[in-house]
Design a protein around this ligand. Sequence first.
Ligand SMILES: Nc1nc2c(ncn2[C@@H]2O[C@H](COP(=O)(O)OP(=O)(O)OP(=O)(O)O)[C@@H](O)[C@H]2O)c(=O)[nH]1
Ligand SMILES: [Mg+2]
Length: 632
Amino acid sequence: MPAKRVVIGTAGHIDHGKTALVRLLTGIDTDRLKEEKERGISIDLGFAHLTLPSGVRAGIVDVPGHERFVRNMLAGACGIDLVLFVIAADEGVMPQTTEHLNIVDVLRVHGGVVALTKADLVDEAWLELVRADVAGAMEGTVLEGAPIVPVSAVTGQGKDALLAALDGAVSRIPERVRADFARLPVDRVFTVEGFGTVVTGTLWNGRLKVGDSLVVLPGEKSVRVRNVQVFGKDVGEAVPGERVALALHGVSREDIRRGDWLFTPDAAGPSSMVDVRFELLKGAPRSLRTRARIRFHLGASEVIGRAHLLDREELRPGESALAQLRLESPAVALQGDRFVVRSYSPQITIGGGSVLVAHAVKHRKKDTDVVQTLSLVEKGSPRDRVAQAVRAAGGKGLAAADVAREAGMPDAESAVAVSALLAEGIVFRVGHALLHAEHLKKVADDLARSLGDYQVKYPLRWGMTKGELRNRFAGTPQEVFAAAVDSLARAGRLFIKEDRYRIDSPDVTLSPEETRLKERIEAGFLKAGLNVPYAKDLAVGVPEDKVNDVVQTLVEEGKLAKITTELFFHVDTMHEAESLVRKMLSNNGKFQVSEFKEAAKTSRKYAVPLLEYFDRKGVTRRQGDVRVAGGK
Ligand SMILES: Nc1nc2c(ncn2[C@@H]2O[C@H](COP(=O)(O)OP(=O)(O)OP(=O)(O)O)[C@@H](O)[C@H]2O)c(=O)[nH]1
Ligand SMILES: [Mg+2]
């Protein structure tokens, strides 16, 4: 078993001793900036690392507590596994204590430990009061019940208890199923002599090694990994949950900034509209009206947009709703991501939630279908979510390779869901894509309607030719078309005869008038014998199209024989002619066209094509200017 990797983030009000505590635990001073040293406060993120008593290697992200730097705090808090929540024992709960607590709660950080710092400044009785107060503040949050450990960065008191508590919290982190592709939110960019552009971040999922191709999102610039470091040391491969520094080829310092993402190519794309579940904090100062301007924080990025509430006009503090966030510049989100929302002005944390659809289409107001669909995405099992992703992809289907990504789950999990859905007939495999039964049904319904309309228009024809139907659905991918035809056939609705399709009944049904016309034409042919008429002459006044259809029907029914494209004989007449030919052959072994013409009492105009027809059938064979037996 490889050693577990975790990233621990600090949180807490300004001056409560976060940086001092990290220094106590790791020996590393995370306040690197000159201004930080001068002012004695943290401004930007600081990074350190330590090995816990259990051997677990932990990356540490130290965040600033100042209310003006919450944006930096958010960039650090994304992707942490645990929080080291710092509250100074002498001050207790302060404004950014609450704001940071809201943030880690909305992000659903997997728990953590509360450090009551500056324990050296207070007495035992006070400490107990603060402890009780803090425990109350944590109620109903991800830190409810978390260990509360008094410590002092000055005396070192409580250090071992804190480390032990962190180890305990590490052991309680649920095992995460991570996607295979690489995903890293960039939280720092700088240049290093000899290495060029270097970025750092927590590797959310996937593995990274030298030579890997990546894409910078949302800008979509391609880069290659030149060097990988973890905790200041070159490594062969970085694994999920590690703090990583990457030297990159193909990008300059100016082309990449905090808030950007590094992804395996094709694993994600920029998006300007996301459908979400949005929760307004209980402590939010006011209700949120639909279309309110907000700041959307995901990963290390901040994007401004508007929150369109999908199922109401106004959201009250403590409530949650389905919403569509329309962003002013592209973000990068995947289904299931947690995010934080701050109000546009004043800049305070008001809520957050989870991404339901990363690439959304604009919804009409109060579209109940959308609300239903999103509820399914939200509450659904992996199977429901895969089905929903395939459904959302529409009539062209969803490439099987993209299913896991669209449904927001690892490949292995989506594969299980896909096989269940295939077995249940809820999705269909068409080539390399998956198509939802609903879309297949729609194509099948369209095909059926097209065939039905055709049969109404041409009641005498046995359906439409395959070629014509395909032409009418030229915009439908061949595989989808074939699957739809197949589904109609399996449902017993589609009938196929030679090159034709017919819907709903295998037989042509004629009106009494059409039946009479057919009988009249058949009788006409029978009566004419070998001196056949033009069909149209047998049905004067009837449109030629219709007459041709009747003739075609009679051919299909085996009543007329088609000798050439224009010449038809009644099959009874053909039997007589064939008997005559066979008799002449058995009498003399051969005969000439003129002999046949006389015996059959017909003209050369019919005799020649008739004999050629018998040649084709093998009844006769031409030998110079005579016919001999053909062998059949
Ligand atoms: N007595 C005492 N002082 C402490 C302790 N921890 C921190 N301090 C002092 O508190 C002040 C602020 O400590 P920092 O560690 O910079 O606080 P911070 O939470 O990182 O502050 P920001 O990053 O600006 O939010 C410093 O002057 C520290 O020396 C402690 O355990 N005991
Ligand atoms: Mg600090």
